[in-house]
Design a protein around this ligand. Structure first.
Ligand code: AHR
Ligand code: AHR
Length: 480
């Protein structure tokens, strides 16, 4: 059985079931998600390899070969048509045209399920999906349940990495108008023990770990794969969680609604949000593999069976890189492959990252400005960081999507901005190097300046023309 078969058996059926990694019903063989590729803007649907099985990641890899792909739709498997699509602007605007949120890259969160490759949804800040016209969701004080399997190591303190019930007009309509899973280390509203991140309930104008609107004894989380559970009915709600790769669930809180006014009774509206706050706050980041929303208040026993099913799915990490190997400790150069620029190398002048013409007869100082020492990724050792050869302790990082060479200040934001995941070159040459924290964005030269650009988008350096060439670099061993 799949998770939604278990919820149905318990009398609390799924009204929405979302996953890019696997079918959540034993008999489901339809489309799990849609990807859209950058080369020609066409789309294809990705389905399970067999009914009830793991997503056909190979079909995605074939469709997206030598180009970029976005996850354009996450289909609802429940049969109700509660699909998730690019979120529109609300109280806050997203970064895309007309205030829409960004779509997620299709390759940001590779994993295996019992050895079979699949892709989760890696959402940087600015990314969001939504459905404001859901069929069958809880309204007012009606009971519902939900779970989501997340990456417990990918989070931030921005508002709000959520999955669940929210406003149907994308605006903050007041306390109690949301009931969604939140994951991150925001301390602006509630928090738990330690320094986070925590599972919290976003009930609108507050993230809650229990009855007290500020602090309750909820654990800080460090599971790589994290099962999160939230359920709520009339003056009763609960948060539960556990390691999605082994073991059982713990109940972090179960009891009466929070004490401030507006949360009892609830005023749920029934939209479904993913990766954003109820008012389209877009500052948060996180990674999702699968999740559902149910009708009715699921029993602990049903949820325990769902957890056993998730553990049996066998989530494990997969390689984040492909193509050339970048040997940690080695010294490299990165030569442009765009026609007319092939004598240029990724270099820096002070803090500015640019491309410069470098040859064996160049001055030693210029050669060293165009050489980089490969380090284990500062935010994720499955990827790499590039330390300046002539300014040890300084690394290539992006800031406002412009590349800089800055000293490592040790902050989480710096480490994330300085981590890059090389892939086989998008134009068939060398390597293309995506930003770890923004998988739609790749190291690119544009007017001879370095950026992390996306293949189409609102910024000048997101221009789709020559994108594959501008992001493909031949890796050399540097200059003698
Ligand atoms: O409740 C926290 C956040 O507050 C909600 O997600 C958002 O709608 C509001 O800004
Ligand atoms: O480069 C994009 C973002 O800009 C970085 O992640 C952040 O540090 C800055 O705000």
């Amino acid at each position: 059985a799949g998770p939604c078969d278990l919820y149905a058996n318990g009398g609390t059926p799924c009204i929405a079931a979302h996953s890019t990694t696997r079918a959540l019903y034993n008999s489901f063989s339809g489309a799990l998600y849609q990807v859209k590729r950058g080369s020609d803007n066409t789309t294809t649907n990705i389905s399970p390899l067999s009914a009830g099985g793991v997503a056909n990641a190979g079909a995605q890899d074939t469709f997206c070969a030598r180009t970029t792909c976005l996850i354009s739709i996450i289909y609802d498997q429940s049969g109700r048509g509660n699909h998730l699509t690019q979120a529109p602007p609300g109280g806050f605007k997203g970064p895309e045209a007309n205030g829409y949120d960004n779509l997620a890259s299709a390759i940001g969160a590779p994993v295996t399920l019992n050895g079979q490759k699949a892709y989760g949804v890696f959402s940087p800040p600015g990314t969001g999906y939504r459905n404001n016209a859901v069929s069958g969701s809880a309204k007012g004080d009606q009971a519902e349940g939900m779970y989501a399997v997340l990456d417990g190591t990918h989070y931030n303190s921005g508002c709000c990495y959520d999955y669940g019930n929210a406003e149907t007009n994308s605006l903050d309509t007041g306390n109690g108008h949301m009931e969604a899973i939140y994951f991150g280390d925001s301390t602006y509203w509630g928090s738990g023990t330690g320094s986070g991140p925590w599972l919290m309930a976003d009930l609108e104008n507050g993230l809650f770990t229990g009855r007290n609107p500020k602090n309750n004894p909820a654990p800080s989380i460090s599971y790589r794969f994290f099962t999160t559970i939230l359920k709520g009915g009339p003056n009763l709600w609960a948060l539960r969680g556990g390691n999605a790769a082994s073991g059982t669930l713990s109940t972090y809180f179960s009891g009466a609604r929070p004490t401030p006014s507006g949360y009892n009774p609830m005023s749920k509206e029934g939209a479904i949000i993913f990766g954003i706050g109820g008012d389209n706050s877009v500052s948060a980041q996180g990674t999702f593999y699968e999740g559902v929303v149910t009708s009715g208040y699921p029993s602990d026993a049903t949820e325990n069976a769902v957890q056993a099913n998730i553990v049996a799915a066998g989530y494990a990490t997969a390689s984040l890189t492909s193509g050339d190997s970048f040997t940690v400790g080695s010294s490299i150069s990165l030569r442009a492959t765009t026609s007319g620029y092939t004598d240029r190398y990724l270099a820096h002048t002070g803090a500015t990252v640019n491309t410069q013409v470098v040859s064996s007869s160049s001055a030693t100082s210029l050669k060293q400005q165009a050489m980089w020492t490969v380090r284990a990724g500062l935010a994720n050792s499955g990827c790499v960081s590039f330390e300046s050869r002539d300014q040890p302790g300084s690394f290539i990082r992006h800031y406002d999507f412009v590349l800089k060479v800055n000293a490592n200040d040790g902050s989480k934001a710096f480490r994330e901005d300085a981590t890059f995941c090389p892939q086989a070159g998008l134009n068939g040459q060398g390597s293309s190097i995506r930003a770890w924290g923004y998988p739609t964005r790749w190291i690119r030269h544009f007017d001879n300046v370095g950026y992390v650009g996306s293949n189409g988008g609102v910024k000048t350096f997101d221009n789709a023309r020559a994108f594959g060439d501008d992001v493909s670099f031949v890796v050399g061993s540097g200059f003698a």
